[in-house]
Design a protein around this ligand. Sequence first.
Ligand code: SF4
Ligand code: SF4
Length: 343
Amino acid sequence: MGSSRRQFLIECLAAAGGLGFLAEKCGPAAGKPGMTKIAAQGTFEPAYLRMEREEKLEALEKELWELFRNCSCCPRRCGVDRLAGKTGFCSSTARLKVHSKGAHFGEERPLVGSRGSGTIFFSNCNLLCCFCQNWEMNHRGDGEFVGHEDLARMMMDLQHMGCHNINLVTPTHVVPHIVKALRIAISMGLRLPLVYNSGGYDSLDVIRKLAGVVDIYLPDFKYQDGNLAAKYSSEASDYPEVAAAVIREMHRQVGILRLNARGVAERGLIIRHLVMPQNIAGTDRFVRWVAEELSPQTYVNIMAQYRPEHRALEYPELSRRITNAEYQQALLWARDAGLTNLD
Ligand code: SF4
Ligand code: SF4
């Protein structure tokens, strides 16, 4: 996920006492006429409830645990037996580690609404970008080991706080845990949409399995060039193809972002794209791909907040923020491509 935005979110968490101000500042996104579909008020039911009613979630959970035996939860396909305590590239065993949770007001407006996005940050990551702003959590693995009931209670706490959704940040390497905890939370009364907030380096097979579980997909699309992905994100040279395939599948499952009458997201796809110096992220190609392969109405967040963090200073081209001209050029490309639903 966009690391700068995540840093901002964590700062918002720390400032939880100031939620009133932030809510006013970020406000609901009711004003996007003609772009995002608006659903009738009060008709929402999260996708996973139907899956549980039809007794499909239990079978799915079993399938997902099997992935841990010979881990292929993500495109790295490390093949380690995480159930036996082995670790692969993401440094995760079959124990679940969470860094923090809270109501966040720095996410996209349809996720924040008036009461915040109920965010849960998982420790570790399968992409390990050199510019990660949360390297303590995602590279070093800071966090606490928790049980599934604990995770379910976190979801319920966020619901009780009035958050509009459960926003699962860096979920790729912990999907079996999420489904297990989700089933417990359903029995406790969870009714919020589930947001899958990943770096875009997901297993297509896993994303297909999540059809009917996730309501809102929130992937990054970071690079268009495999050589750059390999250089800056730990040899992930297949990132562009992988992200394109999984985002196509996400779009197929949930479609264009749909809001309720108060402008809060209920279902759909939001893509994040962090503009980088010297167009390292390939913004011109990214926006054309969205318009041509998905839809010009796809909800896209073109993010300006790149700043050099972690090991970015080892690369001169990554050692500065983007300029205003670079950001304006990115927006121009998006408009020229015909994108109509920019955050
Ligand atoms: S989730 Fe972790 S262990 Fe599994 S394939 Fe990905 S990086 Fe390797
Ligand atoms: S390492 Fe993971 S958390 Fe950090 S920027 Fe990359 S995808 Fe995001």
